[in-house]
Design a protein around this ligand. Structure first.
Ligand code: URA
Length: 409
């Protein structure tokens, strides 16, 4: 069947068989299908969806488009974690060291950020010297030695997903449950972890806006996992507010370290919840026991020590992390109670400051961002500092910043 016929078939809401999906997607991979044809097919998928059979077939094609990690070389239980993305999401940098301190092996391939949500690879690159490009041998060596490794998704692994995801990012075709599920799961399956925690963010600052869609995505990923003999542990978490106080690459690394060193708050609680869910499934223990173990490695500093080992082995020097020194306080113009902080507005602000990419391949400034100074429920007096902007220029962004904070009398 020609690519045109395949597009027409999907446009008419019909199911594609494995041969048709292979022809279209492998055709795109090898260049016989053009960007504009794939964009059109992707849009038809966004509109008409995919059956479970189609989703599995697409996952399989993406998985086998590249190599897979030989997990036999990893000593111990291998776990992985993925977040569907959010503003200020630095949970991997906290959960990875926790898992390593608990004796599990968490190896992650990650991506860069696009738009107002950041990517972990950009955050890690804000640590001077940190190498995000590792060979497979280095990845396995570091994983066996430290227990936590995170590196850039290289062209060797699921290259088709990378090509498709890059195209989706610029053609309005990201928000599709089968496309998201197959994209995430193909990457997770290629790395080979037995237990996969998926933190599905729901809310205005997230890719998935409603609970209904989040549940559908969770179920799709559980089923894909079963088809490949893997345990998928989905956890739905709120993402209408930024995660933690810091948004911006270096600022987020600093906050992750602060949490590992004992800073309390909702971000720490979330990381404990996610880590405990994963740990209890891997060790077949109940959630309370798992939670106690997780808290123990946070309290005794062993998770923080793992973070230090992880950054060192990948060449990073945390002493050299640099932040902009031009710090602008944003003061409230009203008094009342802080009802909400919009993840989307804070994310856009960090993007405007230069901390994110508007276009693929753009360079970003690691040292800029936003530090939120007040929490939901705080009472606010006129003139109180709501947040600080770490910026390089002297533009007045107070009206954009104030938009993020809802204060009620
Ligand atoms: N993250 C991914 O890796 N893929 C998607 O499709 C969406 C979020």
């Amino acid at each position: 069947m020609s690519i045109l016929e395949i597009i027409e078939k999907k446009k008419n809401g019909l199911e594609l068989n494995k041969i048709e999906i292979t022809e279209a997607f492998m055709g795109y991979m090898n260049g016989s299908v053009e960007d504009y044809q794939m964009s059109s097919l992707l849009m038809a998928i966004v509109i008409n969806g995919m059956s479970f059979e189609e989703t599995i077939n697409l996952t399989d094609i993406m998985l086998y488009s590249g190599k897979r990690l030989d997990t036999k070389k990893v000593e111990g239980i291998m776990v992985d974690k993925h977040s569907t993305g959010g503003v200020g999401d630095k949970t991997s940098l906290i959960i990875g060291p926790i898992m390593a301190a608990l004796g599990l092996k968490m190896g992650k391939l990650s991506g860069r950020g696009l738009g107002f949500t950041g990517g972990t690879i950009d955050k890690l690159e804000s640590i001077p010297g940190f190498r995000v490009a590792l060979t497979t041998d280095e990845f396995i060596f570091d994983l066996n030695k430290v227990g936590f490794t995170e590196c850039e998704q290289t062209p060797e692994f699921t290259p088709l997903d990378k090509k498709i995801y890059d195209l989706r990012s610029v053609t309005g075709t990201v928000s599709s449950i089968p496309l998201i599920a197959s994209s995430i799961m193909s990457k997770k399956l290629a790395v080979g972890a037995e237990y996969i925690l998926i933190d599905i963010k729901v809310g205005s600052g997230a890719l998935i806006k409603t609970k209904k869609d989040a549940i559908e995505l969770a179920n799709t990923m559980i089923e894909i996992g079963k088809a490949y003999n893997r345990t998928v542990i989905p956890v739905l978490t709120n993402m209408s507010r930024p995660l933690g106080d810091n948004v911006g690459n270096a600022l987020e690394v600093i906050e992750a370290m602060d949490i590992l060193k004992g800073k309390n708050g909702s971000l720490k609680d979330l990381c404990i919840e996610l880590s405990s869910a994963l740990y209890s499934r891997c060790r077949h223990i109940n959630l309370d026991v798992a939670t106690r173990e997780v808290k123990k490695v946070l309290d005794d500093g062993s998770a923080y020590n793992k973070f230090i080992e992880f950054t060192k082995i990948q060449g990073g020097d945390i002493e050299k992390i640099e932040l902009s020194e031009n710090i602008i306080p944003i003061k409230s113009k009203t008094s009342g109670t802080l009802k909400d902080i919009s993840a989307e507005e804070i994310g856009k602000l960090a993007l405007e400051l230069g901390g994110g990419r508007k276009k693929k391949g753009e360079t970003i400034d690691y040292g800029v961002g936003v530090v939120i100074n007040k929490h939901i429920g705080n009472s606010i007096n006129e003139g109180d500092v709501l947040c600080y902007l770490y910026q390089r220029d002297n533009l007045d962004r107070s009206s954009e910043a104030l938009k993020a904070f809802s204060i009620v009398k």
